[in-house]
Design a protein around this ligand. Structure first.
Ligand code: FMN
Length: 192
């Protein structure tokens, strides 16, 4: 049995490979992954991912469609260690911020908020509208962690993989999972 059970929800935003890389990172750190994919996330994988849909589908331990409301993870009676929505669209952010639990993603996220479990929102949009900023602020006040998909550059990235690893490392940090996915600022100073 793996040490943690975490939901990863992929929604239909650009930067979909941040989500796929997050699944890989969690899986390689003893996490059982429960992946929900929205209809539009599937489209974005086909349009821009470095991964094929077939390769992606082999990664999760468990995989759900967004309309699978009878899945075990739809109920807060299923014990989980948290959830990350990555990439998170403006639409899904709005659904979660307003407790609009019409699909499995917003329903599972609402369960995290009500059970006070970690909920990480990897928002992917730029610039941000006042409505989206309001919703992100609400989510932060409700206890979610808003994690914009905007990697730092102090670790001197040399490849796109370095950018993915920075974000995956931050997600692992949010779940208190020790990792060396990116070079921490302290190590950067010491090596100068
Ligand atoms: C190729 C592509 C890229 C998109 N990128 C974004 C994005 O970065 N951020 C966003 O909020 N919506 C983006 N959208 C729009 C969302 O897919 C759309 O709002 C959709 O209804 C979101 O549904 P979902 O949250 O259930 O996946 C994109 C759509 C397409 C087709």
């Amino acid at each position: 049995m793996k040490s943690k059970k975490i939901i990863v929800a992929l929604t239909g935003a650009s930067g979909i490979d941040y989500g796929i890389e997050a699944i890989r990172a969690l899986s390689s750190h003893d996490v059982e992954t429960h992946v929900i994919i929205s209809k539009w996330a599937k489209q974005v994988i086909e349009k821009e991912s470095f991964n094929t849909l077939d390769d992606f589908q082999k990664l999760p331990d468990y995989m759900y469609k967004e309309n699978d409301m009878s899945a075990a993870i739809s109920s807060s009676s299923t014990i989980l260690d948290g959830m990350v929505v990555i990439p998170a669209t403006v639409k899904t952010v709005s659904n979660i911020a307003t407790a609009n639990t019409g699909n499995l993603i917003s329903r599972a996220a609402d369960n995290m908020l009500k059970m006070k479990k970690p909920l990480i929102i990897g928002i992917r949009e730029t610039p941000l509208s006042p409505g989206c900023l309001h919703n992100l602020n609400q989510l932060s006040l409700y206890g979610a962690i808003v994690l914009p998909l905007s990697p730092g550059f102090y670790h001197r990235p040399k490849s796109i993989q370095d950018l993915f690893d920075f974000i995956s490392g931050k997600i692992l940090d949010c779940f208190n999972i020790p990792n060396d996915k990116y070079t921490r600022w302290n190590s950067v100073i010491q090596s100068e």
